[in-house]
Design a protein around this ligand. Structure first.
Ligand SMILES: *Cc1c(COP(=O)(O)O)cnc(C)c1O
Length: 509
């Protein structure tokens, strides 16, 4: 059937298991220029927006008639001086061809995955749906600044206003739309903490697509609310491992009480996709087309900052697979490559899963089982199992190949922060700005606070921009742990890392 079926060994075989892995009227005042950008600065409006602290990009509520709505996604690949290395066929080690992907993705998404085009039009129907929660607010964290006593100005782009409560619907909606356009009847996916599964369930409900989600057993049992959201939007949810796939049956046979893992859940979803002609598979992060869809965040934010006469000196975001971070930063990296801006771009990852800061840059599999195409990325080894930190969305052994490449090019930097510091920062944020962050962006908040406190020491009035990618309303158990004083910092054992790194495949050139 598929040209990609390799003779790879693994607990699951017999099927192809694959993931790739202007609110302001133009200023009457003289325009000012910063970093080559002409900024429309009006003292009056600037004050107004500083006071209300809520900035929209000037779109009216009618998504189809507004002039300055973002109508295209931005593909950073087009502007990179050196192109990222291609994903490789797991068996031949030759660069992937479009047809290698056609059993699991619709044609348009495959084209986007492999595209060198700078801009890709967002379909009108998707723009219309984005209008349900976009543009998302850019908010100045004035009360947090005051608490910290910092001269820095802190802004955050908040994606928690989407129906699912995070940035993930930005890609779930177009993924579902392209599948529906191609006549696909059903899409399948895996979910760990439930953010992605609920986003895809929501998106499918809009297009009459069936949606089936394999949710990691441990999270299925412990986090009933995400499951209920998926069911409310009409999705079918299976605990993984399940009895409905060969992969799941085999694992249950060996270990009836298996808590599951993302790798197992991926295997189950992909099995269903490749064995049913009317079914395709969706992935919520890591891949080029996912990061592409998320650039709507950065394009919008660039406009919003221009409108208030600010440009970031530093941009900070958390990285799991890299999609919210890439989504915010890629349009700014374009301006950096154009010589117009020069912000520091800083990724933040958990100490317990430090793929950028402690991983190696190598071809590795996208899933734990180790049967997927090979992607060149920063990886801790495909069978590295991170300790159970609360930021479930950051527990991935690898990093998006595109983010990894940008990191190698020296266009960004990365740091790791332990989870108790993150939750301490989250409480400071919640008690000043009001929003209760998801466990993942608490990493970005902690890094922003570190930077703001350095500004306090040096007196620098830096503009800090943060990706605030979701709320934590369904993650309050993590806050409970922290508030009870029961949260501990988890790291990784050097031995465990050494063992998983040893399993990274060695490619014969
Ligand atoms: C899924 C998720 C993440 C991690 O994924 P990225 O692709 O790195 O963005 C981070 N934050 C939230 C709220 C998520 O749902």
């Amino acid at each position: 059937m598929l040209s990609l079926v390799g003779d790879l060994e693994g607990p699951i075989s017999g099927f192809f298991n694959f993931i790739m892995a202007q609110a302001l009227a133009s200023s009457p005042n003289k325009p000012c220029s910063k970093n080559g950008f002409t900024l429309k600065r009006s003292l009056q409006t600037h004050q107004k927006y500083s006071l209300s602290c809520r900035l929209h990009s000037g779109r009216s509520s009618n998504a189809l008639t507004a002039d300055n709505i973002t109508k295209q996604w931005y593909n950073l690949v087009a502007d990179l001086p050196i192109k990222p290395p291609p994903a490789l066929h797991p068996k031949t080690h030759k660069p992937l061809e479009p047809q290698d992907l056609s059993a699991i993705f619709p044609d348009e998404l495959i084209m986007q995955e492999l595209s060198n085009e700078r801009y890709i039009d967002i379909p009108d129907e998707v723009i219309d749906i984005y209008g349900l929660w976009r543009p998302t607010p850019l908010i100045r964290a004035k009360r947090l600044e005051k608490l910290l006593g910092t001269p820095a100005r802190i802004y955050y782009k908040y994606e928690g206003t989407s129906p699912a409560g995070s940035h993930k619907p930005n890609t779930a909606v177009p993924q579902a739309w392209y599948n529906a356009q191609q006549g696909v009847k059903k899409v399948v996916t895996e979910t760990g903490a439930g953010q992605w599964g609920s986003s895809l369930a929501f998106a499918c409900s809009l297009f009459g697509l069936e949606c089936e989600v394999w949710q990691v057993r441990a999270s299925y049992d412990q986090k009933p609310y995400r499951k209920l959201m998926m069911q409310t939007w009409g999705a079918k949810v299976h605990p993984s491992p399940s009895n409905v796939t060969n992969a799941g049956k085999k694992i249950l046979h060996d270990n009836p009480s298996s808590p599951g893992s993302l790798g197992i859940a991926i295997s189950e979803a992909v099995e269903i996709a490749v064995t049913n002609a009317d079914t395709k598979y969706c992935l919520g992060s890591v891949l080029n087309h996912v990061l592409l869809h998320q650039t709507i965040i950065g394009e919008e934010c660039l406009k919003q900052m221009e409108e208030i006469g600010e440009m970031p000196d530093i941009i900070i975001g958390c990285t799991g697979g890299g999609s919210n971070f890439g989504g915010l930063t890629f349009p700014f990296i374009r301006e950096k490559l154009n010589g117009k801006l020069n912000p520091v771009i800083r990724a933040v990852e958990p100490v317990a899963c430090p793929s950028l800061t402690k991983g190696v840059y190598a071809y590795d599999y996208g899933d734990t089982v180790g049967m997927t195409p090979l992607m060149k990325m920063h990886t801790l080894g495909h069978d590295f199992v991170p300790d159970p930190i609360h930021a479930g969305g950051l527990r991935y052994h690898g990093m998006a190949p595109l983010i990894s490449h940008v990191y190698e090019l020296g266009l960004m930097e990365a740091i790791a922060i332990p989870q108790t510091e993150c939750f301490q920062a989250a409480l400071q944020f919640a008690r000043t700005e009001g929003l209760i962050p998801a466990p993942e962006p608490t990493h970005a908040i902690a890094a922003v606070i570190q930077e703001a406190m350095r500004c306090k020491e040096t007196g620098e009035k830096k503009v800090i921009l943060m990706a605030m990618c979701g709320h934590g309303h369904f993650d309050l158990a993590a806050y409970d742990k922290y508030l009870q004083g029961e949260m501990v910092d988890l790291s990784y054992s050097a031995e465990k890392l050494k063992a998983s790194m040893a399993n990274i495949p060695v490619l014969v050139p």
